[in-house]
Write a protein of this length. Sequence first.
Length: 403
Amino acid sequence: MGWAESFVLLPYGSSWRSHRRLFHSEFDLREKESVWHHPHQIRGVHETLRRLLKTPDLWKSHLRHQAGATILEIAYGVRAETDNDPHIAAAELAVRYASDGATPGKYLVDTLPWLKYVPAWVPGASFQTVAQEARKVITASLSNPFEAVKAAMARGAANPSFTARCLEKMDQDGDILYQESVIKGVAGVMFTAASDTTAITFSSFVLAMVKFPEVQAKAQRELDTVLGPNHLPSFDDKEDLPYLSALVKECLRWEVLLPFSLPHVSTSDDAYNGYHIPAGTLVLPNTWAALHDESVYPDATSFNPDRYLTKKGKLDPSVRDPEAAFGYGRRICPGRHMARESIWLTAGSILACFNIEKSIDIHGNVVEPSGKYVSVLIREPEPFSCSIKPRSKKIVEIIGNLS
C-alpha cells in the first residue's frame, strides 16, 4: 500500500538497521546536540496557547494542528501556517488508510488471500481499488515534503530539519539513491506516525482533566509552587515537576491508544510461563492487559498519577513505566522520547494557563463526557465538549506576548 520505505514494517536486516541508526543519530537524548528540535516543540505549544485563548471550543482542532505542525517542522522544516496544510492532511489520510488496511477482517482478501490475484472489478476484490488509492496517497505523503526539502536546499533556503541535516551529512562517495531512500523513509514514518498518535494522546489528556478535576488541581498546585503563578514550564523544569511527569505517564497508560502492539515474530525457539514458542511464531502483545494489570497498577481504570510517586512526592523507579504503550523490543517506537517531551510541555503549559472543566449546555446542565473510546487500530476518545478558560488576566497578557 505504499509503505515499502517504512522501517516500521521492514524485516530485520541491514536496511532496517540503517533506518533505525539514522533516526537515533539525530535524536539521541544522551547528546546535547540532539535537542535541536526543542525550539520547534516550544513554538508549537505557544501557538496552541494563543489558539486556545482565541477559540477554546476548537481545542481538539488546535491540538491536532499542533501535533502535525510540530512534527512537520521537525521532520522537514516546513511551517504549517493554516489548519488545512496539505502535508498534514495527506499524512492523516495515509494513517487512516493504514488503520483500515491493518484492521483484521476489514476486507475479504484477509480470509481469501487468492483474491489479490483477481481484477479489481471482480466482486469481493474492491480492496484492490482501495489499495491503489492508498498507495498513491501514502507515496505522496512520503515523497512530497521530502522533495520540497531537496528543492529548498538547492535554492539555499531550507529551514533546519531532520531531513536537511541528514541530506547534508550524506556520504557523497556512497550510494546516494539508497541514502536518500533511507532518509525519506525515516522522515516519513516520523511525520505520519507521530502526528496522529500525539494528537490522540492530547485528547486523552484533556478528557482525563475533565473527568478527574482533582488531578488537574494538584498538577496546577505543583506548577504554581515550583514556577510561581503565571509562569510557563520549560524543559529545564522537568526534574522539579515530578507530578506533571507522573501525569504524562498516566496519560500513556490509562487509555492506551494501541491496545495490541504490532505483531512480532520469534526469531528462535523460546519458552514463556511453560508455553513453548517455536521460531517463526507470530506473537501479538496485549498492551492493554499489561498496562491494566491490577498487580502492577492497582485500581487500573482510575487516572492516578500518584501511583508513580513515592510518599515524598518523587518519581518511584520501582513502579513499572508504561513504556509498553510505545511497543516492545527492537520494534519499540524510536521517537518515544520526543513524544513524551511534546506531551509533557503541552500538558504543563495548558495547565499553567487554563482551567479545563465540564461544559454547560444551553439549559444550564453539566454535560458529562461519555469517556468511551472509538477503536479501529488506534483508539481515540469519542467526541466530547469541555470548557477551557484562562486562569487569570495576567496569563492572558502573557499568552499575548509569547513569541
